[in-house]
Design a protein around this ligand. Structure first.
Ligand code: SF4
Length: 254
């Protein structure tokens, strides 16, 4: 069994996106991603473990007093770091990245320790690795899956809808919701195809449309009036469609 994990950081903060917005969570940010979204707000996760030798670990929940440990971390070190942060009440532990399912074997080994700490487990994923989901599904409580649109995420997000749908079908047995990042260049047809794909799995799955946070070349959020049009379009197919920007940056949080 795997006894190590490659991580970027471990810290306590407030969830700033999507359905769990506002909840306090312990974040385990996994290193590595199989996509290259133009708007990626965690470019450090795209490194290989060789180019990110150290993981930063917050000592006191929410204080930003980081210490550094060599990658890969032992699962014992991860457990110890999470236990230390869990001195204050947390809603759940967020497995995020990067794409955490690239390290599904490490997650399997880590899940019992997270359970022992009394934490629910939330998986934040780009929804492109449905086979890997099966490895960890039993130990996950909540899943937030991104649907990636090429108009805003770029080339690496092309032709993902089929894989996203397979992922959703497998994840449906858990508390599940979907986030779609949209930009000013997102056409109706692309958004509608994505929402229809989700609704074919289950029209009751909650969807968040997240206006892209400007980052990198030529990626801009839709105007307010355009967001209203997008929401109306999505609501033709899905029961619950909310529009929520990233909020943790507004609060000055990680
Ligand atoms: S899937 Fe997430 S971590 Fe990976 S490149 Fe896209 S935004 Fe960044």
């Amino acid at each position: 069994m795997v006894s190590q994990a490659r991580l970027v950081e471990i810290f306590s903060s407030i969830q700033g996106e999507s359905e769990l917005i506002g909840h306090r969570q312990i974040f385990l940010r996994f290193l590595g991603c199989n996509l290259r979204c133009d708007y990626c707000d965690t470019p450090e996760t795209l490194s290989s473990s060789q180019s990110l030798p150290l993981c930063r670990i917050e000592r006191t929940p929410g204080c930003g007093d980081f210490e550094y440990r060599e990658n890969p971390l032992s699962l014992g070190d991860v457990r110890e770091a999470v236990a230390r942060l869990n001195q204050v009440c947390h809603h759940s532990v967020a497995l995020t990245g990067g794409e955490p399912l690239l390290q599904a074997d490490s997650i399997i080994a880590l899940l019992p320790a997270l359970r022992d700490l009394g934490l629910r487990v939330y998986l934040e994923t780009n929804g492109s690795l449905p086979d890997r989901l099966d490895w960890v599904l039993e130990g996950i409580d909540i899943i937030g899956m991104d649907v990636k649109l090429p108009s805003v995420a770029g080339e690496s997000a092309e032709n993902l809808l089929e894989r996203h749908q397979e992922f959703l079908a497998r994840a449906r047995c858990k508390e599940l919701f979907v986030k779609i990042v949209v930009g000013d260049a997102t056409p109706d047809a692309e958004l509608e195809a994505a929402v229809r794909m989700v609704a074919e799995v289950d029209p009751a799955l909650p969807i968040t449309l997240q206006p892209v946070t400007p980052r990198g070349p030529a990626v801009y959020p839709p105007s307010g009036s355009r967001l209203l049009e997008m929401q109306a379009l999505a609501q033709r197919h899905a029961d619950t469609v909310r529009v929520i920007p990233q909020t943790h940056h507004l609060m000055g949080l990680l």
